[in-house]
Design a protein around this ligand. Sequence first.
Ligand code: NAD
Length: 500
Amino acid sequence: MTSQEVLERAGFSRQELSGGALPVRSPIDGGEIARVAETPVSDMPAVIARAKSAFSAWREVPAPRRGELVRLLGEELRAAKEALAAVVTLEAGKIVSEGLGEVQEMIDICDFAVGLSRQIYGLTVASERPGHRMMETWHPLGPCAVISAFNFPVAVWAWNAALALVCGDPVIWKPSEKTPLSALAAMKVLDRALARFGAGAPEGLAQIVAGRAALGEALVASKDVPIVSATGSTRMGAIVGPKVAARFGRAILELGGNNAMIVAPSADLDMAVRAILFSAVGTAGQRCTSLRRLIVHRSIRDALTHRLVKAYASLPIGDPREAGTLVGPLIDHAALDRMTAALHRARDEGGRVHGGGAATAGVPGGGAYARPAIVEMPGQSSIVREETFAPILYTLGYDSLEEAITLQNDVPQGLSSCIFTLNLREAETFLSAAGSDCGIANVNIGPSGAEIGGAFGGEKETGGGRESGSDAWKGYMRRQTSTVNFSAELPLAQGVRFEV
Ligand code: NAD
């Protein structure tokens, strides 16, 4: 199927794909596949005003009815799964199975949110005063901005939008300027759900603005956007976070990771190798949860490194649309340059590099295809402590579990982590308060590929936000504590007396 056919199948007209000011390139061959219309920054006040007015209506629609819209979205996503996933593959360069997985994640969060729409409940609290009842109620908070990154061009929006819509909040989506087509295609799916939902969904309930960072800046600056969920680099979060805080808005920050696996002497090495391969080279190392640091017990370090170097040498790198490809392209040539620069620095810092460099055999011309690299490091030097968004796996040795956990935690980021061990004490220590300091800590599972049922996010420079499952929905609502006096007296709390 040609690019044009993929886009037409996802519902784009030829007119939508040409004539705009925002060029879109496919990382598969670097070719331009569309020029989409960019939302002028001057439109942002009107966009925000529409969301604000939609909020007045949507917050009064009962939550289970709001859930019906998300149920329809899930249905439409099921019908559009292949078509939408093909756009993700074309525009973000994910292999077919990962593109499909991304849309499946959208479907999963819709299912979760539909159930949630009948479970938005607060506590009742014992009052110290007779004839009084105390309770907490969760109310909608207001328009929610979703600023998303290129590497999960549709799922991150769905994580936020499915919850926000059920919680009573309109959504304004600013996707990555590198992947506007996937976002526009996802909005077409939502439009079909909205059409089936009919009256009751106000105009401006779900909007998209296509363009560069300036559009995100307008959302970040507006007091009429109480929630800003921003996914991307720590550099971006360091700008967005303080700006939202300065206006007392709520930021949900999902930023960079520097994820590690500890491999203990008792580990099932066959399982560990499979987990390492998926999490270090899957999505060409462009997941926030990609495995970047392997902390291996010295007694097995050489043997494991040898197995990995051998496995890396036969990785199928190439066109992500082709069956059998496991490693597709990096998003662009700038990403490949950053990978090359990181490997230079790693060598300067004493690293021994296996692999790396541009892959040229059997790959489409024009794309930025990298050979995944393994780098044996003498210690956790400065390059190891940075997130390079590319398939580089640094390996470090350790002697005691305490040393391994110290290494694991001694980076600025705190997203995902894991240990491979068959030793119960080691596993539980890793998960304990003195163990991993990350938002995600796994045992005998790699750091990437989270399910939507758990809260997703990380600590330190990863931003502290939580999205997706568990009680992440509370981030999209405001909590109201109410005390009702059904007695004929007016006692004050703490026994205070104030008689007139
Ligand atoms: P990026 O920071 O370059 O861009 C992300 C988004 O932020 C884009 O939509 C961009 O236009 C917008 N943006 C940039 N500057 C802004 C500003 N000043 N104000 C408002 N918006 C602004 O990130 P990227 O290269 O697209 O994505 C890769 C990064 O995202 C990696 O660091 C990765 O770890 C991270 N990421 C994190 C998660 C997570 O859940 N923790 C998930 C996916 C990606």
